[in-house]
Design a protein around this ligand. Structure first.
Ligand code: DC
Length: 217
């Protein structure tokens, strides 16, 4: 591993995306949203009428789809996008239908193998802030920079509702934590931050303080 990788894992709606972006911007690192990659496959399956519960069919779709990783700069943030047939389905992957399908897709072992390979291939883009569920445990277990975000279920549900999304977070977390391959868990050596009563500035501030101290920047 040549570049620095900051792994930010945690539960749904624990502020991973907001904080990972704030940290990436502040340090000039490349932001990688691995959840978006799983969502892209879930969206693709729905498009192609592949049943997300049919693990074999999902694995076959993942073997065959034509994708490309691209590093894009927008509003001062460099981010990696996964394109399918040259298209980045930015809005489509946030629908309720995609959210419901994604934990099933993410539980397929062949899908996880494919995703982990792609996520490791992001490293040559530069120093990374990568958010997900298994970054510190599985994708870059060798990194020294691991954070795990969490907040109370009530607070996380309120955050999703404020974004206009009604979702059973407890059910999704349960599926993500109970799956056989790479379940959601606190990575060894990760700093756990429960941000139920914290703003994103406070949360990202804690992460940045620790990184800067350790990097001597
Ligand atoms: O962070 P998110 O809600 O966009 O993630 C979408 C889904 O993908 C979520 O159900 C968990 C799964 N996921 C995963 O299994 N591993 C990752 N590294 C990232 C997301």
């Amino acid at each position: 591993m040549k570049n620095i990788v900051i792994a930010i894992d945690g539960t749904s709606a624990s502020g991973k995306s907001t904080n990972a972006k704030l940290v990436a911007r502040a340090l000039g690192f490349v932001y990688v949203d691995t959840g978006a990659m799983y969502r892209t496959l879930a969206w693709y399956c729905l498009q192609k009428k592949v049943d997300p519960h049919d693990a074999k069919a999902v694995a076959a779709a993942c073997r065959k789809w034509k994708t490309k990783l691209e590093c894009v700069e927008k509003d001062g943030l460099r981010a990696v996008h996964l394109l399918v047939d040259g298209y980045y389905p930015e809005r489509e992957i946030r629908t309720a239908a995609t959210s419901a399908a994604v934990p099933h897709v993410a539980a397929v072992p062949k899908v996880r193998e494919w995703m982990v390979r792609q996520q490791r291939e992001c490293e040559p883009f530069g120093n990374l802030v990568m958010e997900g569920r298994d970054i510190g445990t599985n994708v870059f277990p060798e990194t020294d920079f691991k954070f795990y975000l969490d907040a109370s279920l009530a607070e996380r549900s309120a955050r999703r509702a404020a974004d206009g999304v009604q979702e059973n977070l407890a059910a999704r977390d349960e599926r993500d934590s109970q799956r056989a391959v790479a379940p959601l868990m606190v990575p060894l050596g990760a700093r756990v931050i429960n941000n139920s009563n914290m703003t994103s500035e406070q949360t990202s501030g804690l992460i940045l303080k620790e990184i800067r101290e350790r990097l001597g920047r």
